[in-house]
Design a protein around this ligand. Structure first.
Ligand code: SF4
Length: 255
């Protein structure tokens, strides 16, 4: 059945209703989300509020891997795969003491590197990656870590996550968003993405997060993932994002 046309009286009433002001729109949207209603997880007002609360909760969030140069950060990030940053930080002082430059790593034997990094796990593959990256940095980049994603991705053991860490932390270049295990888990819990593949998660985040927040956002999310939104039992009752979160595995909910 065709929809009834609105009468002139109804049209007059509609057009005379005051439109919500710009200030009212985000407030109303947030109120609805806080109540768990009509949640459009990627609504710009909601994203802005998530970013505001993260920045307030973690004003000093930064990379936890100890390093004194882009090269040391690159090595530490390669070693951090499937390993805690704390463990990597225990290994790198001795490692960089023995091999202080990319040239020293390039000349080192694999067993010598393996011995230093054994406790980080997957040490044979990691030694190959670090050695290969050192050789390439020395041979093709004059001993300096390159500062573009395309060049970084040519180094053995370097994928976008490592590239983004090095570019963001060592060169302050926002070429993408670091998607590690914490960023992936939290982005899904917060409904910012449905993807499971890190590359697609990063694409979703790059679309909705303002570029000037790409670097700090990932540091803040990683810290939030370590302290509050932990993998097995998130501490939702202590979470500053709780009223904005509808994750199915929440351990406590106000709405
Ligand atoms: S409310 Fe719980 S699940 Fe949601 S972000 Fe916070 S800690 Fe994580």
């Amino acid at each position: 059945m065709p929809a009834k046309k609105a009468t002139k009286k109804q049209q007059r009433r509609t057009s005379s209703s005051p439109a919500p002001s710009k200030a009212q729109q985000p407030a109303r949207a947030l109120k609805a989300k806080a109540a768990g209603k009509s949640a459009n997880a990627t609504d710009p007002a909601r994203i802005a509020e998530i970013l505001r609360r993260l920045a307030a909760a973690y004003p000093n969030a930064e990379c936890a891997l100890h390093h004194r140069s882009a090269w040391e950060l690159l090595v530490a990030t390669i070693l951090s795969a499937q390993c805690t940053d704390a463990r990597v930080n225990m290994v790198t002082p001795s490692l960089f003491g023995k091999f202080p430059t990319p040239a020293a790593f390039a000349q080192a034997t694999l067993p010598a590197i393996e011995e230093e990094i054994r406790s980080t796990g997957f040490y044979r593959n990691k030694a190959k990656s670090v050695s290969g990256a050192a050789k390439k940095v020395v041979a093709e980049f004059s001993g300096k870590v390159p500062d573009t994603m395309d060049q970084l991705l040519t180094l053995p053991g370097v994928a976008r996550k490592t590239g983004n860490v090095v570019l963001g932390v060592a060169f302050q270049k926002a070429e993408g968003v670091v998607v590690d295990t914490h960023v992936l888990r939290l982005s899904r819990r917060l409904g910012l993405t449905r993807a499971e593949d890190p590359k697609r998660v990063e694409e979703d985040l790059m679309r909705m997060i303002p570029r000037e927040r790409w670097i700090s956002f990932s540091h803040e999310l990683i810290q939030h993932g370590r302290q509050i939104c932990i993998a097995r039992k998130p501490r939702c009752v202590d979470c500053p994002l709780e009223t904005l979160c509808n994750a199915p595995d929440k351990t406590w909910s106000s709405h």
